[in-house]
Design a protein around this ligand. Structure first.
Ligand code: ATR
Length: 278
């Protein structure tokens, strides 16, 4: 890489056509009038490693990773941040000038920043969090919540064994709740978060109700299609504060953009509009 090249970055996945990241980074590049391009890169699994190795030679400063590669990149990385290592997956990769690959995971950062910006009165330390789901997104969120000082995390997942694996890893602040008793576990919580895909367009509804949740509990969802999921609608109607899931997607992109293009971008209403407008 030399200073004469136009900065390139992109998102690698398979398939890749659905990714919103090119639109997101494209909006920021235009808004700050920066030279550079951010492109979607579809790599078939058999081409993943050779494809990734070629990118720095082509002038790429880094990439985001999406399905199915967030875990696969870990084996290729020379440096892994603590948070990516805890989560076991990376969504942001930096190609260093010395030829090494650094892997980071900004999903938990994106989750917390979204809450900080959109629920300013709320504080992670003020009470237990109820987390629905124990997949990859849940790992990133739990790791961020623990790091930020959440006193207790109640974890409910359809497959209980996956909750147990997370408890073994993240320790005593995790308490396991039965999936079909999750609504009861909402009592006294300060935060309720859905990390499953349930409630998304085309997926079944989340079998969960806020009837036992305090009205002060902040309710959030990683699903952003629809923007107001049935869970968020229930919360709004009964008077709970809510934060939708789009912000997590926007904020997780921020550290990569800043490193690759040299400008700390803002997440604002104009960006949300640009992403939501087809
Ligand atoms: P991601 O990386 O997006 O979190 P994942 O690792 O496949 O995706 O995790 C999906 C989460 O949604 C899991 O918690 C999963 O529950 P299981 O561990 O029992 O599979 C949850 N999930 C998906 N479909 C579900 C359904 N129909 N009912 C309940 N939970 C479901």
């Amino acid at each position: 890489m030399n200073d004469q090249t136009i900065p390139l970055a992109g998102v690698v996945g398979w398939p890749i056509a659905h990714s919103l990241s090119p639109r997101l980074h494209g909006h920021w590049l235009k808004r700050y009038n920066l030279p550079g391009f951010y492109v979607p890169i579809g790599l078939k699994p058999q081409d993943f490693e050779t494809g990734i190795r070629a990118l720095p030679k082509l002038g790429f400063r880094g990439i985001n990773l999406t399905l199915p590669y967030k875990e696969s990149i870990m084996a290729m990385a020379d440096n892994i941040t603590d948070r990516a290592s805890l989560i076991g997956a990376a969504n942001t990769v930096f190609f260093r000038e010395n030829g090494t690959i650094s892997a980071d995971n900004t999903d938990g950062y994106g989750f917390l920043e979204n809450l900080r910006q959109n629920a300013p009165g709320w504080n992670v330390q003020q009470g237990p969090a109820l987390v629905l789901g124990a997949g990859g997104a849940s790992r990133a969120i739990i790791s961020a919540l623990i790091n930020a000082g959440a006193p207790e995390i109640r974890l409910a997942n359809r497959t209980r064994q996956r909750s147990e694996i997370l408890k073994d890893q993240f320790g005593a602040r995790i308490t396991i709740t039965d999936w079909n008793r999750a609504s009861d576990a909402a009592e006294d919580t300060a935060l309720i978060v859905n990390t499953t895909a349930l409630g998304m367009v085309g997926k079944p509804d989340l079998p969960f109700s806020l009837e036992h949740a305090p009205e002060t509990a902040l309710v959030t969802d990683i699903v952003y299609a629809p923007i107001e999921t049935p869970l968020l609608e229930e919360a709004r109607v009964r008077g709970n504060p809510t934060v939708d899931g789009l912000g997590m997607l926007l904020f997780q992109a921020l550290p990569g953009f800043e490193a690759w293009f040299g400008q700390r971008p803002e997440v604002d209403e104009a960006l949300r509009k640009a992403i939501l407008t087809p």
